[in-house]
Structure formats: C-alpha cells, structure tokens
Design a protein around this ligand. Structure first.
Ligand code: ZEM
Length: 291
C-alpha cells in the first residue's frame, strides 16, 4: 500500500492498467475517459445534484442506467488500483483515470484535484436519463450540457473525446469507431466530420447511425467502417457548433487547450473547494487527502 495522498503512485498504477492487448483496440484508456465523463456528467446546476462526488455508479440506481452500460468493465479494470491504494476514493480514482488516459494516449495535461468523497447523499442522487442520447440532435445536446453549465464552444471541445474508443452493439447499440486510430488522442474526429461523406444507415438492431466506407478500395482491403452518432453529425449541421468544429479541425493546439479546460471543469462539477483546494461541500463527511 502506498502512502495516503501519493497520487503519483496511483497514476503509475493506472498507466499499468491501460495496455490490454485483448480488450477492444488494445487499451482501456477510452473507456476510462468515458467512465470519468459519465461519473460527472449527471450534474444539474439548478438543483446541485449529480456529479462525480459520491461515485454513485457503484449502485444500481445510477450504475444500472442503460446509458452506463459497459462502464462496469472500466470499473473492474480499476479495481486492482483501488486494492493497491485503498485510501483513494472511487470518485477520485475514476476521475483521475480519465485524466491519466487522455495524457497517455497523446492528449493534453488536464488539471485534476483530489478530495472527492464516496459518501452517497441520497438527496443528491441524480435520476436516470441525465446523460445524452446519441440518437438525438442539437436541442437535446444543448439541454443536457447547458444543465451542467457548459456553452457551445465547450460542448464541441468535449465532444472531441470521440477521437477515442468505439461504440459497442452490446452496450449502446451503435457500432464501430469514429477514427482509424482510436487509441491516439488527436483532432482527427473533427477533420473527418467535415471531410468525409457520411451516409445514414440502419443497423440490423434497428439503430440508426452514420457510416463511412472507403469505396475506392477493394472490399478486402477496406478497414472497418467509421461511424458518427446522430449527435456527432449535429455538430456540423448546427450553426452554433459548426464554427468550433472547423476551428478544432484546423488547430490541434487550440482543441487540446480547450478540451483540457472543459474536461477539468466537467470533473469538478458540484465540487466546492476552499483556497487550499480542500473540498468544502457540507456533505463531504469522509473528507479527502490533499498532499
Ligand atoms: Zn461519448 N459516447 N457521448 N463522450 N464517449 C460513446 C462512447 C464514448 C455520447 C454518446 O452517446 C456515446 C462525450 C459525449 C457524448 C466517450 C467520451 C465522451 C458511446 C458508445 C456513445 C453512444 C458507448 C458504447 O457503446 O460503448 C453523446 C450523445 C455525447 C454528447 C452529445 C463526452 C463529453 C466525452 C468525454 C469528454 C468515449 C471516450 C467513448 C468511447 C468509450 C469506449 O468504450 O471506447
């Protein structure tokens, strides 16, 4: 066991859990980035409910939300890290895993602060259905992200996380990766959104998504088709979102900078700190470790 507060030791052990040749595209990084996002993305500014504090996904009310299907894999991959550093809270571990994964997969540094508690306050439990539905459009995206306190620019920056990982038929019903190299963080997602000709298709399970097949190549040389969710396509058809898609496609550094800030903000939703960084939420009964 490491010394309580030794977050560098935890970071190292998260890194050691990233490479998994038999899992998806060989990395648990993308599903860690998604776990961190879903742990925080339930936040509602108006009622001050939801958010990463409490790690509510451990329990069925939140963990069993169909939107969280598949994230049990991410939590299981992090269990050996929790065992080696039992002093870290799950809420800190899951958010830190997202930050470590972004960096290790070639993305920016994201500012991360510890101190979240695993105390679950029943009055702060988010109802199911707060996370976005990929089958919908721009109005829905705004409804969900404005509720958390994000603006259009931040929504587009955060959506750039779809440079990583893939959709799974047995989790969301969608199928396939967004980019050809889904374990490398870059601005390729924005470039492809603009550049490729996306075709609407209906999968055999009835789910509608957009795909790109490189028809210039003979069939046996083609990669797996790339995909976009209806919500991804809304970013290029909506006049408030589209200029940001173009900016991020043209300027990787700008995207990295804006992603880093927005992801850090996401992971802090609902958390209040004093000037030393210590959490001051009155429901923080278990406290945290600030080194
Ligand atoms: Zn995602 N996302 N997401 N996302 N997401 C999936 C996968 C991943 C939406 C969505 O419906 C889906 C953000 C925003 C939004 C990641 C990160 C972030 C999947 C596929 C769906 C359906 C799940 C599956 O089948 O496994 C919608 C509608 C969003 C907003 C409009 C934000 C914000 C993210 C982080 C900052 C990541 C990394 C994945 C890939 C996970 C994996 O297992 O590979």
């Amino acid at each position: 066991m490491s010394k309580p507060g030794d977050y560098d030791a935890v970071r190292k052990d998260i890194v050691a859990q990233l490479k998994k040749p038999d899992y998806d595209d060989g990395s648990t990084g993308p599903v860690f980035v998604r776990l961190a996002w879903h742990s925080a993305g339930t936040y509602d500014q108006e009622t001050d409910t939801g958010g990463s504090n409490g790690a509510g996904m451990r329990y069925d009310q939140e963990g069993g939300d169909p939107a969280n299907a598949g994230l049990e894999h991410a939590r299981a991959f992090l269990e050996p890290v929790k065992e080696r550093h039992p002093w870290i809270t799950y809420s800190d571990l899951w958010t830190l895993a997202g930050v470590v994964a972004v960096k290790e997969l070639g993305g920016p540094d994201v500012n991360w602060k510890p101190g979240r508690t695993d105390f679950v306050d029943d009055s702060k439990l988010p109802p199911r259905g707060r996370l976005p539905d990929g089958a919908q459009g721009a109005d829905h995206i705004r409804h969900v992200f404005y509720r958390m306190g994000f603006n259009d620019q931040e929504i587009v920056a955060l959506s750039g996380a779809h440079n990583l990982g893939r959709t799974h038929k047995d989790r969301s019903g969608f199928n396939g990766p967004w980019v050809n190299n889904p374990t490398r963080f870059s601005n390729q997602y924005f470039k492809l959104l603009i550049k490729l000709e996306w075709k609407l298709t209906t999968l055999d399970n009835g789910v509608k998504q957009f795909i790109y097949v490189d028809e210039d190549l003979p069939e046996d040389e083609r990669d797996e088709p790339l995909m976009m969710l209806p919500t991804d396509m809304a970013l290029v058809s909506d006049p408030g979102f589209e200029p940001w898609v173009r900016k991020y496609a043209d300027d990787k550094d700008l995207f990295f900078d804006h992603f880093s800030k927005a992801y850090a903000k996401l992971l802090e939703l609902g958390i209040r700190r004093d000037e030393k960084g210590n959490i001051t939420n009155t429901d923080n009964k278990l406290g945290g470790y600030i080194s």
